[in-house]
Design a protein. Structure first.
Length: 122
């Protein structure tokens, strides 16, 4: 029985896409947590414990709402572009698709060996 168990473990190998997906989920979690902390923190620091007379308006909104929601939200809408471009890996999710190591460089850059979307007939 122990020889069967050892043989099964020796034949099993983890799909490299799991490791890549785990890393990307950690990056996404850190991004989301930083967005929440910065949004709530900036709203509280700008508008917390102020009386109505002390609150100024920016484009008709209270300053704490404008800076914490609209301005910071605009910044955090641009950040994912750079995260995806530089830290995420484009890979096939199909069972027989290309694995990350075969199509991408060390940091997830596309290499010339990977087919373009136009070549795949999509």
């Amino acid at each position: 029985m122990s020889s069967d168990h050892a043989t099964a473990e020796e034949q099993w190998s983890e799909d490299p896409r799991y490791r890549v997906s785990s890393r990307e989920s950690v990056i996404t979690g850190v991004y989301f947590a930083s967005y929440i902390v910065l949004t709530i923190g900036s709203a509280w620091m700008i508008g917390g414990n102020k009386s109505i007379d002390e609150i100024s308006l920016v484009l008709g909104f209270p300053d704490w709402l404008f800076w914490s929601t609209f301005a910071l939200g605009g910044v955090f809408c641009v950040v994912p572009y750079f995260l995806i471009k530089h830290l995420f890996t484009d890979m096939s999710l199909e069972a027989d698709g290309d694995l990350p190591d075969s199509r991408h460089g060390e940091r997830g850059e596309a290499t010339s060996s990977g087919p373009a979307l136009a070549d795949e007939g999509r």
